[in-house]
Design a protein. Sequence first.
Length: 289
Amino acid sequence: MVHSSPPAVKMAGKIVVLFDFDRTLIDGDSDGWVVAEMGLTPLFNRLCSSLPWNSLMDRMMEELYSQGKTAEDITECLKRVPVNPRIIAAIKSANTLGCDLKIVSDANQFFIETIMENHGLLGCFSEIITNPSFIDQVGRLRIFPYHKSSSSPHNCQMCPSNLCKGLVLEHIRASNPECGRQRFIYLGDGKNDFCPSSKLGDGDCVMPRKNYPLWNHVCSNPTLIKAEVLEWSKGGDLERILLQLINTISNEGKIVVSNSILSNPSDSKSQTIPASAHELCPHTHPVQN
Ligand SMILES: [Mg+2]
Ligand SMILES: [Zn+2]
């Protein structure tokens, strides 16, 4: 996809940066971390084919409760989840620069808030859009789907029933029509990040993590992506590319094409890799190892 240079438009709105959580904001997978660290791998592997992800994680929390593990034990486990220092710096800088930062994740509220608070990042985000969770009256952590209705809560074929991130993006876009144009930057790695990526418009940007499923889908379906595409691999890349992008949008009101994996169609083809190598469920991978 080659973007011809549109006339530069001075930015009149704001920059909204949407972060996926697992394998994007943190390097690993928060659900997988808790399952592995708290000794739930055998039960998880036994049940993973019969329960949807959301119900499976709620069942894992029930198991912890039945073993006498408390929410504090889960908190202590989550406090050991590392966050790349370059990504911490990128989030703090983007926040200081006036961007509106949000997390859109299929993990859950308790895990994400605990990890972000532990790294001093919770206050940088205006919103965390994820599966809700709470500690019930007996002290068990409960996890529920973001979209509440169990029968076809959304019409999206690309997303799991509990959360369509594309629908979330459309709600965010529609929620502030009075404050001018919103420019979106979406960072993600997973297959369920393709739906929101495909709903971004010209002037927005998607930052897929290289060699992860979203990157593969974007490379394989360039005509479905209207946004600029800037890939990244490590935390340092994320920081550099994100801050450069924010700077460029702020100053010029348009997005540069440098670093774009889709700026040359032949390049994008040469980077396309067989889908089979990248279709592993991102959630189950660490747990099985
Ligand atoms: Mg992810
Ligand atoms: Zn969707």
